[in-house]
Design a protein around this ligand. Sequence first.
Ligand code: GRF
Length: 218
Amino acid sequence: MSDDFTLLVFISGRGSNFKALFERREHYTISGVVSDKADAPGLDYAREHGVPVAVFPRDEFNSRREQQQAILAFSLIRNPDLIALAGFMQILHPEFLDAIGIPVINIHPSLLPEFPGLNSHQRVLEAGHNRHGCTVHFVDRGVDSGPVVAQAAIEVLPGDTETSLAERTLKVEHQLYPWVINAIARNIITFHNSHVFFTREASEEAYQYNFIPGGSLQ
Ligand code: GRF
């Protein structure tokens, strides 16, 4: 396991993606978990596994902006190589994104650009689509709108409910997210001027795992 590439993970709740990132870390170290909720269940897993935890509850700050300024100050001191949002239920203020100076990445439960925002599983069912999945993307100033790194698709089956679809999507999230972050740490997926690049190796691995690369071949 490499100690060179460090990751801060931001959560607000259950933390199953954080757990997958922790279990499947090969080329990165998780140097801390940040939560905006003191009772986020994912924090228990972090504490049990010796991952440093930092909690910034909204009610301890005058505004969301001040809350994010505190998270920013903490993040700058920890000096990670990458921030991974994993069910972090806040839109990062442009001030945060401008100041942080490193890429921020997110996982979203839909095949972006379809169904950004909340309730994506319900909206996929309502739209009658037969394909769904998840997307890892770089975070920009919009909502789930940054450059796509990679996606994993699943089939929508007859009789699927929001719950069954969420469960199957989550399974592929837990495979896709660690693979992407390991690949970034290995420098086989890179990000320059808002463009994502895959080396041939990254591209071949993506096809091998049935992931859809979002970037161009380097
Ligand atoms: C996941 O579905 C993720 O795609 C979305 O929020 C959910 C977080 O789940 N951004 P968990 O907290 O990682 O279990």
